[in-house]
Write a protein that binds this ligand. Structure first.
Ligand SMILES: [Fe+2]
Length: 181
C-alpha cells in the first residue's frame, strides 16, 4: 500500500485512487496488482512471474516492454550500499522504470519539471511506472529489503544519467527542518 508525500507542502496522500490521480498528472503510472494464486516467501522467480503474467503481459503490450525479471535485495546483499549509491542520487534514463513490489519497501522521489518533489513509498502490491526522462531517485527504507518484478523495454537495460542538481540534499534538509518543528 503506497503512501505519497509532498514534503514542500507537508501534505500526505494515502488513498490509492487519489495517489493514482496525483501521479497520473505528472505522467507516472500507479496500479495495485494481485497474484492469480497465493505466493509465499519461498516462491521462485518463475512462480512469481507466472502468478502476475496477466498484468505483466498487459503492461508489456501497452508500454513496449520486452523482458521481465525478479530482483531480491536483502539487508545482507553484498555491496548493498554501493548498489544503492547508483540510484539514490537524482537521475533520469532513456527508458521507463517499472517496478512491482512483492516484499519489503522502496522510496521513490519524483521531481517533475512542473511540480514539487513527490515521495512515493511503495510496498507489497504496488506497481510504479516512472516514465523515461523524468528526474527521480530511489532508496530503501529501514527494512533495507525489496523483492520486485522489473520490466524493461530493451534486453540491455538502461544507464542512469545523473542531474547533479543537488535536489536530494535540498530535500534532506527540508525533511530535517520539518522533523524539528
Ligand atoms: Fe531510475
Amino acid at each position: 500500500m503506497a503512501i505519497l508525500n509532498i514534503p514542500s507542502e507537508q501534505r500526505q496522500i494515502q488513498d490509492a485512487d487519489a495517489i493514482q490521480t496525483y501521479l497520473a498528472d505528472i505522467g507516472v503510472g500507479y496500479e495495485q496488482w494481485e497474484p492469480s494464486q497465493p505466493l509465499d516467501e519461498s516462491a521462485s522467480s518463475e512462480e512469481i512471474l507466472a502468478a502476475y503474467s496477466t498484468d505483466i503481459e498487459r503492461m508489456k503490450a501497452a508500454g513496449g516492454y520486452v523482458t521481465a525479471d525478479v530482483i531480491d535485495i536483502k539487508p545482507d546483499t553484498p555491496n548493498l550500499d554501493a548498489l544503492l549509491d547508483k540510484f539514490n542520487k537524482e537521475h533520469w534514463h532513456d527508458e521507463d522504470e517499472v517496478r512491482f513490489t512483492l516484499a519489503g519497501h522502496g522510496q521513490f522521489y519524483l521531481h517533475p519539471v512542473n511540480g514539487p518533489i513527490a515521495g512515493v513509498e511503495v510496498g507489497p502490491g504496488d506497481l510504479l511506472m516512472v516514465p523515461r526522462g523524468i528526474h527521480h531517485w530511489f532508496d530503501l527504507l529501514a527494512d533495507r529489503r525489496i523483492r520486485a518484478i522489473r520490466l524493461f523495454q530493451t534486453t540491455a537495460g538502461w544507464t542512469p544519467h545523473y542531474t547533479q542538481s543537488g535536489a536530494e540534499a535540498e530535500l534532506a534538509q527540508l525533511l530535517a527542518s520539518v522533523a524539528k518543528i
